[in-house]
Design a protein around this ligand. Structure first.
Ligand SMILES: *Cc1c(COP(=O)(O)O)cnc(C)c1O
Length: 663
């Protein structure tokens, strides 16, 4: 077991947090705090899936299934291991045991439902490669999925190449979705020639002509599926994936044309799969049932029309409970895996039995559910800005302008009037001070005093409003506007793109000091120079969205680590190079049967030279140009030759360095 690093050891609270009972963020300093309270505050028991929890020392812990049972390791030990391997923050941590476990759970749930309900067909899972294309992830899924004949879903040529080269079992499915050109189709036929079960799922009718033509060339009877547009409307962000106007799949008219075209080419027996995809993150199980019922009608109709079928592919959509509410909120779902599997098996049986049709092989393409839990983004906090007022000068300067004097009066009278009234006044006086400053009638120092008085008064108002039964909404927002800004060593655009693009909420919390009361309210800003580069939507204790997160005061000389959880799906490749922050370091770990941490694989993030070359700069030429400039400076006697050498060394080292903040 790795030693606990120094920064995680329990130290006495530093003097700042003991003596400073500042109430600016509406929190009074107290030291009675337990890890149970942290568990409640950050909701880890609700979204942690049993994988994440807090250990008695106040560190976040990872509990991973191993062949010898569950084993827990402290995040402190993992971070220590990252340091020893010089993997700088930010790090995307992947926990291999968790992806194994998801694959096992998914397949077991369907196996149980099938056995329990006496379903007469099999289940085949496929992993949609677009959800996380990283080699190590695909490889892990291949390994843990082998015994279940877990397959892969490809939506492009590049993904199909990955699927063909990584699929392990001839019983596993390769499902080709997406728009296909001739090369895509030929690659699929190659997989068929090698003996793999590769399905071409029709997205358009044009593809069918192509597939029929190439099948004659290859002299292979392909496995063909059709993706249908369902009318069933679903809730949540991905509602557009179904309905008449969805971008994907065949209309009913096109479906019948496909049947006729296949019949005309004497290839109707090749039509073996019906495919639909209602959208990702299906929050409501009733939508799943409704969509499936509609799909079953298509299935029955096709069989009655002479199509053999045999496979029913439900696409993705199995949702992750990001906010831990187990509800139909957008970041949650109102069902469990077992219920999902049972409902699917049951619905298909009910529909098909009534029509005397054989049970098909059920396929799901569950990407988000499978991949999300394995990855945790870890970063450190670099600095904090707070909006606490400074001490007022004592005594106050003479001859102050009227609005500043009024503010002093407002401060002294705070207890005597309604808080909202005091707030209205102080806002008014602050505007007056600012206007006078603009008109040249108030000095810079006097304006600073006015701004400080404003902060002093509103932080006092926020503190007092905590005792009110009903806090006026303006005062709630006031409290948020006074929250700290914690600057994190990461880029939202690179590592958490959905947090920016579609307002996805992920669980975020500190990884240590969870036995201490977090006394500050904060938002988290990233390193980019972009006002969207921040996390300011968090999961509240009741699952509601909060605009601030409670965090600990930084201790001087000690790092503060935070984690963003459930980020293994979609985040790693949707990210971009905003401000030229590149890929972050990645570490894959495995928790062993003895409860140790094995570092299985490390991938160093982009160097600065790499990201520069992505945008067509040539680092070698940049260095040469820099050297010329330095040499010119030597000639002009601005710098010595030694300085020139130091400069060139710095430039060269920077090119080879990490794009993020380095200690
Ligand atoms: C994106 C996608 C999936 C994966 O959906 P999840 O919600 O991540 O399970 C599956 N099938 C198709 C066709 C998709 O486009």
């Amino acid at each position: 077991m790795t030693a606990i690093p120094r920064q995680f050891e329990q130290g006495p609270l530093d003097s700042a947090s003991v003596s400073d009972a500042s109430t600016s963020a509406g929190l009074t300093a107290q030291h009675d705090w337990s890890i149970e309270q942290s568990r409640e505050l950050y909701g880890v028991g609700r979204w942690g899936l049993g994988y994440f929890d807090i250990d008695p020392r106040g560190n976040l812990s990872v509990t991973a299934p191993t062949p010898a049972g569950h084993r827990s390791v402290s995040m402190a030990a993992i971070i220590d291991g990252l340091h020893q391997r010089e993997l700088n923050m930010p790090v995307m941590l992947r926990i291999e045991n968790l992806i194994d476990d998801r694959v096992v759970q998914l397949n077991s749930a369907f196996a149980e439902a099938i056995a329990q309900l006496e379903y007469r067909g099999a289940y085949r899972s496929v992993f949609p490669i677009k959800v996380n294309q990283q080699h190590h992830v695909i490889d892990s899924i291949g390994r843990s999925g082998q015994r279940f004949n877990h397959g892969l879903e490809a939506g492009s040529k590049a993904e199909l190449l990955v699927a063909i080269s990584s699929v392990r079992s001839k019983e596993s499915l390769i499902v080709c979705n997406g728009y296909k050109d001739e090369e895509f189709v030929d690659l699929g036929f190659t997989a068929c020639q090698l003996g793999y079960k590769c399905f071409f799922v029709l997205e358009t009718l044009d593809e069918l002509d192509l597939i029929i033509r190439r099948s004659k060339h290859f002299e292979i009877r392909p496995l063909i599926g059709a993706r249908v547009k369902l009318m069933t409307k679903v809730e949540g962000h991905w509602a557009g994936d179904s309905g008449d106007r969805s971008l994907f799949g065949l209309t009913t008219v096109e479906l019948i044309s496909a049947v006729d075209a296949l019949q005309a080419s004497d290839m109707l027996d090749c039509f073996q799969m019906l495919h639909f995809h209602l959208g990702s993150q299906l929050t409501n199980i009733r939508n799943v049932r409704d969509g499936l019922k509609e799909a079953c009608r298509f299935y029955i109709g096709l069989v009655q029309d002479g199509v053999p079928l045999g496979y029913l592919d439900l696409g993705g959509g199995l949702a992750v409970d990001y906010d831990g509410t187990a509800s139909t909120q957008p970041h949650s779902r109102n069902y469990e895996l077992r219920e999902y599997a049972c409902d699917i098996v049951e619905t298909v049986m009910e529909s098909l039995d009534a029509n005397g049709i054989d049970h098909p092989v059920l396929v799901t393409e569950s990407g988000r559910w499978t991949a999300a839990p394995m990855s945790v983004l870890i970063f450190n906090i670099l600095a904090v800005t707070n909006f606490d007022p400074d001490e007022l000068p004592n005594p106050l300067p003479h001859d102050l302008c009227d609005p500043v004097l009024e503010m002093v009066k407002t401060l002294n009278d705070l207890g005597k009037r309604r808080l909202q009234e005091s707030y209205n006044d102080v806002l008014y006086y602050r505007t007056q001070v600012r206007d006078l400053f603009k008109a040249g009638k108030v000095t810079l120092r006097e304006r600073a005093l006015g701004e400080n008085l404003y902060l002093k008064i509103v932080s006092e108002i926020v503190a007092r409003s905590q005792t009110l039964e009903r806090v006026p909404s303006e005062l709630v927002e006031l409290s948020e506007s006074l929250s700290d800004i914690y600057y994190g060593n990461f880029s939202v655009f690179q590592s958490l793109p959905d947090a920016w693009a579609i307002e996805q909420v992920f669980p975020v919390m500190p990884l240590h000091r969870l036995d201490e009361k977090p006394q500050r309210k904060a938002i988290i800003a990233d390193l980019t120079c972009d006002c969207d580069g921040k996390l300011d939507r968090f999961i509240g204790a009741e699952g509601e969205i909060e605009r601030t997160l409670q965090l600990h005061r930084l201790k001087s000389g000690q790092p503060y680590y935070m984690g963003v959880f459930l980020v293994g799906a979609y985040q790693e490749t949707l990210g971009d190079l905003h401000n030229l922050f590149g890929d972050n370091n990645v570490a894959s770990i495995r928790v062993t049967e003895t409860g140790d941490v094995e570092f299985v694989e490390e991938v160093c993030g982009d160097t600065i030279a790499e990201v520069l070359s992505y945008v067509e700069h040539d680092p070698a030429k940049m260095l040469a140009r820099f050297r010329d400039k330095a040499e010119m400076a030597v000639r002009e006697q601005r710098i010595s030759v030694q300085t020139r050498q130091q400069m060139i060394q710095l430039f060269r080292a920077s090119l080879q360095g990490y794009t993020y903040f380095e200690e």
